[in-house]
Design a protein around this ligand. Structure first.
Ligand SMILES: [Zn+2]
Length: 368
């Protein structure tokens, strides 16, 4: 099995091959040297990728896309592909987080996008800046790079009723892993791309484990461990596919194993909406040893748009969040506190909205 360190050796080799035999000038745009974001705390990995004709072709139906991508290198790479794939008279608008200000609404109304591509949390934020009439003109929303929650998907469906929403599961290191979502499956459920073999490493009792990928497109990459967690089912889909891969997110970020329980971002998002006592949150997870026993510890940092805060409100959030948050199929945080597997939840109020870098990371591991 290949992990990130093994992958970086291969990436270094392809990079040095690339330098000793660079492509001809007219073909140069097809190549991309990229460095992984490093958000998982691992070392940065550089890679040389060559765009396939197919990934350029997917832009051929677009006339005025908005690209919502975080890192400048990713924006540049997507825009290069878009410019080469789109018809000559079309245009593209590329946004980053700093563009989300009061002027954006006017810019977007004048631009009149027909499509939006990018990370789902970014697209959801951009949706706030699109008026109804402009939103009705959006025909396609193309997502990748992040898990989509039910709440995000229904917001996008309400905001853009005329848009077809599709997503793909892609990893920078190995390229495309899934087919374009077929429409019959819930968010984050994909069919493996033809020629890509997907396996789950040491699945737990519910079939969940680390995702391993063996892409035929990169013969030198054998069984790569992506760092994502998921579940693979052999099940017929109305579209004709027979395998379904459910992505649960980044190991240690969207899905954290803690003191025998599992903290899932999607579940935390669900409870936030249900509790309705705060507008955004970050959850710090860690292990503590108390009376000689290892226990899980959750610290919830909440943000309220109206700035309201009080010890009373904090206590209500603590109580409701603990009562409603499931950390196993049958047990809530409150129950795990009672059995001593977890220490009680602590809650603090944040003074300002949480900054978002390239992706919105809500669950953090603060163990040393
Ligand atoms: Zn299907």
């Amino acid at each position: 099995m290949l992990d990130r360190a093994g992958y970086s050796l291969i990436a270094e080799k392809t990079f040095s091959d690339f330098r000793s035999a660079p492509p001809a000038k007219e073909d140069a745009w097809r190549y991309c040297v990229r460095v992984t974001s490093g958000t998982t705390g691992g070392q940065l990995i550089g890679a040389v990728l060559q765009y396939q004709a197919e990934s350029v072709k997917r832009f051929s139906q677009l006339r005025a896309p908005v690209l919502c991508l975080g890192a400048s290198a990713t924006r540049l790479a997507y825009n290069l592909q878009a410019r080469h794939g789109m018809p000559a008279e079309s245009r593209s608008l590329v946004l980053d987080g700093a563009d989300l200000n009061s002027e954006l609404k006017v810019v977007l109304a004048q631009y009149a996008p027909d499509s939006i591509l990018g990370f789902v949390s970014f697209v959801v934020r951009v949706a706030e800046y699109i008026d109804r009439e402009t939103a009705l003109g959006v025909r396609a929303i193309i997502l990748s790079g992040e898990c989509t929650t039910e709440a995000m998907e229904s917001l996008l469906r309400d905001t853009f009723p005329n848009a077809r929403i599709t997503s793909r599961y892609i990893a920078l290191e190995v390229g495309r892993i899934s087919e374009v979502s077929c429409g019959f499956q819930p968010p984050n459920h994909y069919h493996p791309y033809k020629g890509v073999k997907v396996e789950i490493d040491s699945p737990d009792e519910s079939g969940v484990g680390s995702i391993l990928v063996s892409p035929s497109t990169r013969p030198e990459v054998i069984q790569y461990q992506l760092g994502d967690v998921g579940r693979l089912k052999s099940e017929p889909c109305p579209c004709g596919a027979t395998e379904i891969l459910e992505i649960m997110g980044r190991n240690g970020r969207d899905y954290v194993k803690l003191a025998g329980a599992i903290v899932r971002r999607e579940e935390c998002d669900r409870v936030m909406l249900s509790v309705a006592l705060f507008d955004d949150y970050r959850l710090d997870t860690s292990h503590v040893i108390l009376d000689g026993k290892l226990r899980g510890k959750l610290h919830l940092r909440v943000y309220r748009k109206d700035g309201q805060r009080s010890p009373d409100l904090g206590a209500r959030i603590e109580k409701e969040f603990s009562r409603q948050l499931y950390l196993s199929p049958s047990r809530t945080l409150a129950e795990l506190v009672r059995t001593g597997d977890f220490v009680p939840l602590s809650v603090t109020f944040a003074d300002a909205p949480f900054p978002i870098k390239n992706k919105e990371i809500k669950i953090l591991m603060v163990d040393a």
